[in-house]
Write a protein that binds this ligand. Sequence first.
Ligand code: NAD
Length: 346
Amino acid sequence: MVENTAVAPAIASSSAGHASPIRVGVLGFGGLGQAASRVLALKQEMRWVAAADQKGFVYNPAGLNPQDCITAYHAQGSLGYLEATGTLSSDSIQDLMTKASQVDGYFLALPNLPNTFMASVAKQFIQAGWRGVLVDAIKRTSAVEQLLELSDELRSAGITYMTGCGATPGLLTAAAALAAQSYSEIHQVKITFGVGIANWEAYRATIREDIAHLPGYSVEQARAMTDAEVEALLDRTNGILTLESMEHADDVMLELAGICDRDRVSVGGVVDTRNPKKPLSTNVQITGRTFEGKISTHTFTLGDETSMAANVCGPAFGYLKAGVELHRRGIYGIFTSAEVMPKFVR
Ligand code: NAD
């Protein structure tokens, strides 16, 4: 999957902390995109320089201010209205890509609606001849499979694409890959997530995509639902979505990493759309047999105080940093969060 043209100095210089900051763009400025801008504000090794929403984009190589951008987005509905740095556009990703000459990597905090959208964005980057690092927090198995098919094209284009790098898939998949090392055979990987958000409108795409996993719903049906229809559904469930046996890419990613067959991986969870407190503690349990023949289970549980946004954006930028180090060494193509360690971003 990789094209290796060697050399280690890129790692040495960036981990010494003397390299200039990685210039980061964020595509999608909803719940996760806004949280991403706040996460980046605390980082010395990364500088947030670009963002796009559905109606416009903003670019400033000197750096952007999260609060100004979040205020403008809420007040006027698009970053494009931002004075001096904003541009309104009906083709914002393409236009930003053309204008922003100094971006090392993008976090794709975009809805994957329809289920082919993220792959179409990746193709846009390939066709534009853009070179750099792309990171997504995509969730569905079939969506990751579409991206995996672009592996050769991404490699020839000089793009290092990190897929499934949020919380699940992402942090929890990587934890499963690490925990698997104690065993000689993996029997089961069980991911159970608890998400609490104060109101669903802060994360419309996340909630629509979760609804698409409910029995009787498809991605297309969830996409077509009006806000009023989503609210009516949530009224019927008291704001709670209970999800079981989800089509989640943790399965294909762990299979591809050679850890276990995909049918041994299961993902489910509970989302409370009316309360920021988690309804249950997010965890991954990895069961296997050791070389001595003992069956055991490792459990990795996230702290209840950590939000979905913290557990998605943190890993996404950790994988972006890892991707930049690969890119600087001439290693292009597609990687999942189960096969590369994220790097901590200072
Ligand atoms: P959201 O609905 O809050 O925001 C989406 C943003 O994308 C908006 O700013 C919108 O204007 C923008 N957008 C939509 N279409 C666009 C286009 N064509 N061009 C440019 N911008 C466009 O979304 P969210 O709730 O933050 O979720 C984003 C994604 O993150 C979803 O796909 C969700 O499934 C995923 N997610 C992953 C995990 C994980 O653990 N892997 C967890 C939560 C969410």
